[in-house]
Design a protein around this ligand. Structure first.
Ligand SMILES: [Zn+2]
Length: 379
C-alpha cells in the first residue's frame, strides 16, 4: 500500500463535522475505520449513543507479547463565539498552517496514527501488534473511553499506551486527576423585606467559598506535577433579588496529583465544609503518571529526541485525556500499562479560534510514532 498522505487525511477528517456537543463522530469513525480495515486491521465500531461511535482496531499480535495501544479522540470542541478568518470545517492550507477545528486537538494526531498503521500494516503480522482506539465524546468527560473501559471485551490487551493529544511531538508522562463536584447549600425562602423569616442559602455558599479558598491539600507536592489546584467555576442561586434564596450551588474543579487519595479528599472536604453543604460528585478520575525511568519510556524519549534534535524534559500535561479510562480498561495483574502522551498538534492552539496545526510537525509526528511502533514490534 502506498504511504498515505497524512495531511490529506487530516483535511478529510476536518471536513467531517464532529463538534461536541452533539458529537456525531460516526462519519469520522467510519472514514478511518474503512482505511484501517482495508489495510488488514480487524475493526469494531462501538457506540455509546446514536452516532457516538468509537473505533477499536487490531492488527498483528502474538500470544507471548502484548500489543501497543495507539489512541486519539474523534470529537472536537465547538467553534467559540468569535468569527474565524479561515473556514473551520474546510481543511484550508495557508503556507505550513492547516486550519480547522480539531486540527491540533486532535485530528492531526488521529491522522498520524492511521498513517503509521497503514504504512506498517504489511509488516505487523506475527509481531506484538497494535490496538488502535479512536474515541468519541472525549471533550465532554471522556465518555467514549469510559464506555469502552466498562464494556466487556471492548478493549483487548495493551502493554503500553500512546495518546496522540497535541504536545508538539514531545513525550509527556501523565497529567493530573479530576475531582469535580457541586457544593449545594439550602435555606428557607422569604420576602426580602423580612429576611429574618428566611434562611439565606447564598450566605452559606459564601461561607463555603471562603473555606474552599483557604483549603490546604493534605498531600506532598508531586516532583513533576506540583500541588493540586482548586477552582470554583460556577455559582448559581436565588430566584429573584427580592427573595431570600433557598438554594445555592457552587461548581468546584479540583485537579489532583498522585499521592492524594480521592476518597480521603472527599471526606476531608465534607469535614471542612460542614453539614450545611452537600457534596455532589460530578466527575472523579484518577491522575495519570508513568515513571520516567521505565525502560520503554526511556526508549520513547530517546526515539523522540533523535527526531526532535533535542532531549525533551520530563513533563506532564495540565489537561485530562482518555488515558485515565484506558489505563483502567487495560489494567491487569501488573497494574496499568505505562502511558505516554505524544502527538503532533500545537498544545497552545487547542480549543482556540483559528486553530491550526503545522504540516511539517504532523509529518514529524508520523516519523516519531513510526519509530515507536517499530521499536515495540521489533521491526
Ligand atoms: Zn484533545
Amino acid at each position: 500500500m502506498a504511504a498515505p498522505d497524512v495531511i490529506a487525511l487530516t483535511q478529510a477528517l476536518l471536513r467531517l463535522d464532529s463538534i461536541n456537543p452533539p458529537g456525531r463522530e460516526r462519519e469520522c469513525a467510519h472514514h478511518v475505520g474503512a482505511l484501517l480495515e482495508a489495510a488488514g486491521c480487524a475493526v469494531r465500531y462501538l457506540e455509546f449513543d446514536t452516532a457516538r461511535t468509537c473505533v477499536v482496531a487490531r492488527i498483528g499480535g502474538r500470544s507471548d507479547a502484548l500489543p501497543l495501544c495507539l489512541s486519539g479522540h474523534l470529537d472536537t470542541v465547538p467553534l467559540g463565539t468569535l468569527p474565524w478568518t479561515h473556514d473551520p470545517l474546510a481543511g484550508e492550507i495557508d503556507g505550513e498552517r492547516l486550519y480547522g477545528r480539531g486540527s491540533s486537538d486532535m485530528k492531526a494526531g488521529v491522522a498520524a496514527i492511521v498513517a503509521v498503521v497503514l504504512e506498517l500494516a504489511p509488516r505487523l503480522h506475527a509481531t506484538a501488534g497494535l490496538e488502535i482506539v479512536l474515541t468519541a465524546g472525549e471533550e465532554q468527560g471522556c465518555m467514549g473511553s469510559a464506555f469502552l473501559a466498562r464494556t466487556p471485551d471492548a478493549l483487548g490487551r495493551a502493554g503500553a499506551i500512546v495518546i496522540a493529544e497535541p504536545t508538539a511531538n514531545r513525550p509527556y508522562v501523565g497529567h493530573k486527576g479530576i475531582f469535580k463536584f457541586h457544593a449545594v447549600t439550602r435555606g428557607v425562602a422569604a420576602h426580602a423585606s423580612r429576611p429574618e423569616l428566611g434562611d439565606n442559602a447564598i450566605h452559606k455558599a459564601a461561607d463555603a467559598v471562603g473555606r474552599l479558598r483557604r483549603y490546604g491539600f493534605c498531600c506532598r507536592p508531586h516532583p513533576v506535577m506540583g500541588l493540586p489546584t482548586l477552582n470554583i467555576g460556577t455559582i448559581e442561586g436565588g430566584q429573584n433579588i427580592n427573595s431570600v434564596p433557598d438554594r445555592c450551588t457552587l461548581g468546584v474543579d479540583i485537579r489532583t496529583v498522585p499521592g492524594l487519595d480521592h476518597e480521603a479528599l472527599r471526606a476531608d472536604l465534607a469535614r471542612t465544609l460542614g453539614p450545611e453543604v452537600e457534596l455532589r460528585l460530578v466527575n472523579d478520575m484518577p491522575p495519570v503518571w508513568t515513571e520516567p525511568d521505565l525502560a520503554w519510556v526511556q526508549r520513547v524519549f530517546a526515539l523522540s529526541a533523535r527526531v526532535l534534535g533535542e532531549h525533551p524534559p520530563v513533563q506532564t500535561l495540565t489537561a485530562y485525556t482518555d488515558a485515565g479510562s484506558l489505563r483502567r480498561g487495560y489494567a491487569g495483574a501488573a497494574g496499568a500499562p505505562p502511558t505516554v502522551v505524544l502527538g503532533p498538534g500545537e498544545p497552545e492552539l487547542a480549543h482556540v479560534v483559528d486553530e491550526y496545526c503545522l504540516r511539517w510537525r504532523v509529518e514529524q509526528g508520523v516519523e516519531i510514532l513510526r519509530d515507536i511502533v517499530c521499536d515495540w514490534c521489533g521491526l
